[in-house]
Design a protein around this ligand. Structure first.
Ligand code: SAM
Ligand code: DTB
Ligand code: SF4
Length: 348
């Protein structure tokens, strides 16, 4: 079946397997051809991540340094103040990011935390950045609230295939994740959903993950493909490395199955050579996390990324029109004035 924009969401396992089994050059040629038909091949979307609440997470995701189930020596941090988040967002914007992704180590947001989170969305949006959050599972009403506050994207990864999933996480189900994605869609937000490679999964599991993502009723606008960052203290600390060429194949097949989505070369770039990253861009990746930290683990230094972009002739994607900028500045001034008023009245 084709949806209105020519995107298919009835991929079969056999078809996807056949793509993975193509000779490498044939696969990359097909992916690059589809990429060029849908995107400027020399543009990459740039997002910056911030951990707004760090560690002590009740979930048991075996890859994650923030799970309370494992001792990773991580410095924990309560939910950040809105002002501190906005200062980080300003810095990200000044460095050239167009999207600011805020992540919290929660099973799900509590109703008590929602007003703070909503204020963060409004404030970051008013700075002229696209907004993304990843806060764990959402209830229908919470998704509605986030959408009303202006949240553009919600990140919630399927992580792996339904078959491999319970080897990695036991505290929430695959269906829980699909339900959250449903609430995000119903509320009218864009979906950012992908997974992690290199967790000891099989080739069939990688096919299974892409089948789930590509065959959603509406494909995710953003598809992060993470290479596992092995963190000491997590159960996956010693897992065997994945052949980097299999990672490139995954990007290429994601590009072919989801031709209109941004495919993000996500966690794991710090450990990758420039040449491997260049190959990922050729295979159809067109988004990265930029800035020296992911949520809790290192990302390449900004100057290394800028040099790589220059060597490859890649331009960061610009989303903000100059004409919008003046309007956004006016909104920022209005919010600041409202805050000043609130302070004045609470002090008087
Ligand atoms: N707690 C929220 C949740 O899981 O929905 C949001 C934050 S969580 C850290 C976001 C995603 O980061 C996970 O779904 C996983 O795909 C990715 N991730 C976490 N730890 C990782 C690691 N060590 N290597 C690669 N990706 C990782
Ligand atoms: C995603 O798919 N990868 C990002 C973002 N979405 C939230 C997170 C990567 C986290 C890597 C481990 C860490 O830094 O804690
Ligand atoms: Fe918690 Fe998210 Fe880490 Fe899982 S991935 S342990 S839900 S922070």
């Amino acid at each position: 079946m084709q949806t209105g924009n020519g995107v298919r969401n009835d991929w079969s396992e056999q078809e996807v397997r056949a793509l993975f089994e193509l000779p490498f050059n044939d696969l990359l040629f097909q992916a690059q051809t589809i990429h060029r038909a849908n995107f400027d091949p020399n543009q990459v979307q740039v997002s910056t991540l911030l951990s707004i609440k760090t560690g002590s997470c009740p979930e048991d995701c075996k890859y994650c340094p923030q799970s309370a189930h494992y001792d990773t020596g991580l410095e924990k941090q309560r939910l950040m103040e809105v002002e501190a988040v906005l200062a980080k967002a300003q810095q990200a914007k000044a460095a050239g990011s167009t999207r600011f992704c805020m992540g919290a180590a929660w099973k799900h947001p509590s109703d008590r935390d929602m007003p703070h989170v909503l204020a963060m969305v409004k404030g970051v949006k008013a700075l002229g950045l696209e907004t993304c959050m990843t806060l764990g599972m959402l209830k229908e009403s919470q998704a509605q609230q986030l959408a009303e506050a202006g949240l553009d994207y919600y990140n919630h990864n399927l992580d792996t295939s339904p078959e491999f999933y319970d080897k990695i996480i036991t505290t929430r189900t695959y269906q829980d994740r699909l339900d959250t994605l449903g609430h995000v869609r119903d509320a009218g937000m864009k979906i950012c959903s992908g997974g992690i490679l290199g967790m000891g999964e099989t080739a069939k599991d990688r096919i299974g993950l892409l089948l789930q993502l590509a065959n959603l009723p509406q494909q995710p606008e953003s598809v992060p493909i993470n290479m596992l960052v092995k963190v000491a203290g997590t159960p996956l600390e010693q897992v065997e490395d994945l052949d980097p060429l299999e990672f490139i194949r995954m990007i290429a097949v994601a590009r072919i199955l989801m031709p209109k989505s941004h495919v993000r070369l996500s966690a794991g770039r710090e450990q990758m050579s420039d040449e491997l990253q260049a190959m990922a861009f050729f295979a159809g990746a067109n988004s990265i996390f930029y800035g020296e930290c992911l949520l809790t683990t290192p990302n390449p230094e900004s100057h290394r990324d800028l040099q790589l972009f220059k060597r490859l002739g890649i331009n960061p994607e610009q989303r903000i029109e100059e004409s919008d900028a003046a309007q956004q500045q006016a909104i920022v001034r209005e919010i600041q004035a409202q805050q000043d008023d609130a302070l004045f009245y609470s002090a008087s």
